[in-house]
Design a protein around this ligand. Structure first.
Ligand code: PGA
Length: 252
């Protein structure tokens, strides 16, 4: 049996009150042909309140793009997991490559953020990805296992029962150069086997989504792969028509 597909939009640092209103209204107007898919939008912090109100009581889930590892206190500029929960966030992206590279987030910090999200009753979307240089050096799996093991070592395989893994090759993000369905499938299968070595049942239920230049025209082929359980969508999630087409492609 296949796992429930998930398609999550990662708006990154995009949006405005008026643009969000129009985008969410367009999404909410069209559920047809994607009933099997869990769909979420991960929005910038200042818009959590707005979008949380817009999606309240609907099928569209809300997510955030980052979180502090700390629960509260003197951490200027940080946002705690409990605050995200106040806005009914269901998902929180942790370890996105833009944060790992541009904000020097380490595996240890990402692992602490992962725990903060679960501790507040939300679902972490743990991003794993190798750079182009690592990819070309044949180090893809070594890098991904290192990133994943940082979480497994700290929180155990049980932590994989309420999380989503997102394989996002850094060389595919925002470049228009997606991994091929075969390439992505191979990596997803390896990640699942890595978890299965610790617990087969947990691995069988683990949602592993793909991210990196997913578009309306390549989504169906990617999502048709047996170990690809949906997508994390950046650029294409800002356009309702494109995002909805991707959601429909996940309705298998
Ligand atoms: P992209 O971004 O779809 O624009 O490549 C994906 C992501 O960074 O999550």
């Amino acid at each position: 049996m296949r796992r429930q597909p998930l398609v999550a939009g990662n708006w990154k640092m995009n949006g405005s009150l008026s643009a969000n209103q129009a985008l969410v209204a367009a999404l909410l107007a069209s559920r047809q042909g994607m009933e099997q898919v869990e769909i979420a939008v991960c929005v910038p912090y200042p818009y959590l309140d707005q979008v949380s109100r817009l999606v309240q009581g609907s099928w569209l889930a809300l997510g955030a793009q980052d979180v502090s590892a700390h629960a509260a206190g003197a951490y200027t500029g940080e946002v705690a997991a409990g605050m995200l929960q106040d806005f009914a966030c269901r998902y929180v992206i942790v370890g996105h490559s833009e944060r790992r590279t541009l904000h020097a987030e380490t595996d240890v910090l990402v692992s602490a953020k992962f725990a903060a999200v679960q501790g507040a009753g939300m679902v972490p979307v743990l991003c794993l990805g190798e750079t182009l240089a690592e990819h070309q050096a044949g180090a893809t799996l070594a890098v991904l296992f290192r990133q994943l093991d940082a979480v497994l070592a700290e929180h155990g395989v049980g932590a994989m029962t309420s999380c989503v893994l997102a394989y996002e090759p850094v060389w595919a993000i925002g470049t228009g150069l997606s991994a091929s369905p075969g390439q992505a499938q191979e990596v997803h299968q390896a990640l699942r086997r890595h978890v299965a070595a610790l617990d087969e049942q947990v691995a069988a239920g683990l949602q592993i989504v793909y991210g990196g230049s997913v578009k309306a025209d390549n989504a169906a082929q990617l999502f048709a792969q047996p170990d690809i359980d949906g997508g994390l969508i950046g650029g294409a999630s800002l356009n309702a028509k494109d995002f909805l087409a991707i959601c429909q492609a996940a309705n298998y």
